[in-house]
Write a protein that binds this ligand. Structure first.
Ligand code: ATP
Length: 384
């Protein structure tokens, strides 16, 4: 096993904008690291540079303490699991798993031992004689992982391995990959654009945007303390709400009334004429259901509910708000890149399933000021 260190990695295709731009990332031995970001952010390119399928324009790629920039893929002892699993249809499960050992001319007794051990871990021992066509998608995925296991690779690399599967199987495989990785303790780098996978699988998540690292943190920290508007908007479903506000003496004037900031969070921001307030749906609730003891930690406001969605254990309410035209113009001006995040004009609020709040009526909501984020609209930086 091995650690993977990336130092100031840059990748340029031709003269264009760098696909990967000065990425430095340390992945510890045995760690499960997720690379996540929207299409084109450079995550696959980065992974391909780890494996050696792509040249590195500048920077150092260090695996297990050795610089590997100039090493061929087969000299790197890494195992990559692709989206389509790359199984050989004419070979049995046994031979598919054994493939890298056969290539390395491993003695038969060792092949038998290693394949059977991997099949045990993966619960494939009953299927060793089958052909891939007679396996479920999940079992095929496990065969692909088996091939990676028998090689005693230093690290597993996954490039969107679940994106061809249906939602149910994807959920099962996600749990399976997490369980296996913990059991085997192998350093793993996993690329996905799916934030659910990112948040449930990894020890740490690296969020990329346009080839640049935005934040590297545990799933919980990303969710609770996003460093900027991009991460805040990318992580979480439904996404964080963003409202324009004015900040005076620690109090935000928002379309939902005044919110006094928790002095522990953002007391030192100072007065600002325009900020974006970020509030996750679950920071709100139906005011009539909130404990009186809790109420002083937040503020209460009335609003008309546009739509409700009942989910069984909770429900969402959509509440429209109006932002003055000049504020919208100012935001457009300030944060050209952040338009979609900055200019939503309805908030999604998560409320208890027992709430009697109904669409088309006014209702009283409470929001927890301790969970409010304040962003600088020009830089996107989280100031709280
Ligand atoms: P996706 O989720 O869509 O696969 P990604 O985050 O993995 O996206 P990359 O495939 O790494 O993104 O691509 C990053 C950028 O580099 C994109 O702008 C892409 O168009 C560009 N790119 C990738 N491969 C090449 C190539 N061979 N030649 C030129 N440009 C490329």
């Amino acid at each position: 096993m091995a650690s993977v260190e990336m130092k100031n990695i840059v990748k340029k295709y031709g003269d264009g904008f760098p696909a990967v731009n000065d990425v430095s990332l340390d992945i510890a031995d045995g760690e499960f690291m997720i690379l996540v970001g929207p299409s084109g952010c450079g995550k696959s390119t980065l992974l391909r540079m780890v494996v050696g399928l792509e040249d590195i324009t500048s920077g150092d790629m260090i695996i297990g303490g050795t610089r590997v920039n100039d090493k061929a893929p087969r000299e790197r002892n890494l195992s990559m699991v692709f989206q389509n699993y790359a199984l050989y249809p004419h070979l049995s499960v046994f031979e598919n798993i054994a493939f890298p050992l056969r290539l390395a001319k491993t003695p038969e007794a060792e092949v038998q031992e290693k394949v059977r051990a991997a099949a045990d871990v993966l619960e494939l021992h009953e299927h060793l004689d089958r052909k891939p066509a007679n396996l479920s998608g999940g079992q095929r995925q496990r065969v692909a992982m088996g091939r990676a296991i028998v090689r005693d690779a230093d690290a597993f690399l996954f490039d969107e391995p679940l994106s061809n599967l249906d939602a149910k199987l994807r959920g099962q495989m996600r749990t399976e990959i997490a369980r296996l990785q913990r059991r085997l303790g192998i350093t793993t780098i996993y690329v996905t654009h799916d934030q659910t996978e990112a948040m449930t699988l990894g020890d740490r998540v690296c969020v990329l945007r346009r080839g640049v690292i935005q934040q590297v943190a545990s799933p919980r920290e990303l969710y609770e303390q996003p460093v900027n508007l991009f991460v805040a908007g990318f992580i979480g479903s439904p996404p964080m709400n963003f409202l324009p506000a004015k900040l005076r003496n620690g109090t935000l004037a928002t379309p939902f009334g005044d919110i006094t900031l928790d002095p522990k969070r953002g007391a030192d921001i100072g007065d600002r004429d325009l900020v974006l307030v970020g509030i996750r749906p679950e920071a709100f609730d139906d005011a009539s259901l909130v404990d009186e003891a809790k109420k002083p930690y937040g503020s209460t406001f009335r609003a008309r509910v546009d739509v409700t969605e009942w989910l069984g254990d909770s429900q969402f309410a959509y509440i429209p708000y109006e932002a003055p035209e000049e504020v919208v113009e100012q935001l457009k001006e300030l944060s050209r890149e952040l338009d979609s995040e900055a200019l939503r004009t309805q908030a999604v609020v998560s409320i208890d399933s027992t709430s009697r709040i109904r669409a088309g009526r006014e209702a009283e909501f409470w929001l927890d000021a301790r969970k409010v984020h304040v962003f600088d609209p020009a830089t996107g930086e989280n100031l709280t």
